[in-house]
Structure formats: C-alpha cells, structure tokens
Design a protein around this ligand. Structure first.
Ligand code: GAR
Length: 192
C-alpha cells in the first residue's frame, strides 16, 4: 500500500543534534520528494533531533545501545515492521556491522564531513586544517562493511581559509551537508 506513491519508506538514524535530519525532513515534505520518512531512530535518549521528529509528527524511537548485537537485532525488527526500504544515517555515531548490512540488504546512506576517502572516522575538520588542506567538504556515500568506504554518491567542496578554525570549518561544511544529502537521495533514487 505504501509503495503506491512510489516514495521509498525511509528511516533516518541519528545520535545527536539532527540538523541533517531536519534537512531530510524538509526535503521529504516537498511534493516531488522520492522518500517518505516513516521512522527516526536514535541510540541516544537525549538526541535533539528527536524534537524535530516529534514536531514533524514522524514516528520515532530510541534503541538503547548496550551492545552491538542486541542493538542491531532490535533495529532490524523495527525496520522490517515499518517496511523500510532505505536508511539514511544522519550523524549516527555507531558503526553498523557487516552482518547487519547484509541482513538489511537494502541501501544504507551516510553523510560524512570530509572529502572521502580523506579523513575517515572522527575529528575530520581539525585534521584537514592541520594538514594545511586547501579544501574540505562533505560526502554522501553508500555504507558497506568498511568504515566510510562505500561508493560515493555525491561530494561537494568548500575552501579552507587561513583564518578557519575547526569550529568555523565545521559550520561551513554543515551548510553544504544540508544541501547535498537531499540531492544525493534524489541522485540515488531517480535512477531506480
Ligand atoms: C554531521 O557533520 C555529520 O556529517 C557527522 O556528524 C554531524 C551530525 O550533525 N557525521 C559523522 O561524523 C559520521 N561519522 P547533525 O546531527 O546536526 O546532522
């Protein structure tokens, strides 16, 4: 029944602030959106993003992360129950296992605050500044069983100025993130 509109049932996973969730929600409410956000899932009770989910009347739950196995078992059940076709990781700070990725067996997207393959993992902005890079940026990629290594869907650069600090760079990159995540979703799904 859900499929009749052609929109993919999407779950967004968050751990904190949720500004990328907000940009995906905004996109999902446009007429031409290719996704319907059916569920927001957080591993953190205090995630601010849950407030946006509630405001937007999107079903949301917290799954406590006591260990990876129990978290992923519960996650898979919830995803299946809600007929989720696509997962968007949006500041979700836990690593999903290869086993989970295989079992879910549908696309999982992630947004990462660097020009991958540079600076996988954490602390990307300070590392780019320390290495005196001229550019940083953001990447949307498919999640596979290696950290921040799956196929790149979309990437956008931003110039690093001499005056930039980790904080100011983070702000600039975040602005780009909000633009490219919906665009990457469109790019991925428009070819479906
Ligand atoms: C974003 O910068 C996102 O790219 C990054 O966390 C931030 C979450 O912000 N994700 C990662 O570092 C994943 N490894 P948000 O909660 O406001 O969207």
């Amino acid at each position: 029944m859900e499929k009749s509109s052609g929109k993919k049932n999407t779950a967004v996973l968050i751990s904190g602030r949720g500004s990328n969730l907000k940009s995906l929600i905004k996109y999902s409410t446009t007429k031409k959106s290719l996704i319907r956000i059916v569920l927001v899932i957080s591993d953190n009770f205090g995630a601010k993003g849950l407030i946006y989910a509630n405001k937007s009347k999107i079903n949301n739950i917290v799954i406590r992360y006591s260990n990876r196995k129990s978290f992923e078992d519960r996650l898979l059940k919830v995803l299946n129950k809600n007929n989720v076709d696509l997962i968007c990781l949006a500041g979700f700070m836990k690593i999903l296992s290869g086993k989970f990725i295989k079992k879910f067996n549908k696309t999982i997207l992630n947004i990462h605050p660097s020009l991958l393959p540079k600076y996988k993992g954490l602390n990307t902005h300070n590392r780019a500044i320390q290495n005196k890079d001229k550019y940083s940026g953001a990447t949307v990629h498919i999640v596979n069983d290696k950290l921040d290594s799956g196929k790149i869907i979309l990437q956008k650069k931003v110039k690093i100025l001499k005056s930039d600090s980790g904080k100011s760079l983070e702000k600039k990159v975040l602005k780009i993130e909000h633009k490219i995540y919906p665009k990457a979703v469109i790019k991925l799904l428009a070819s479906d």
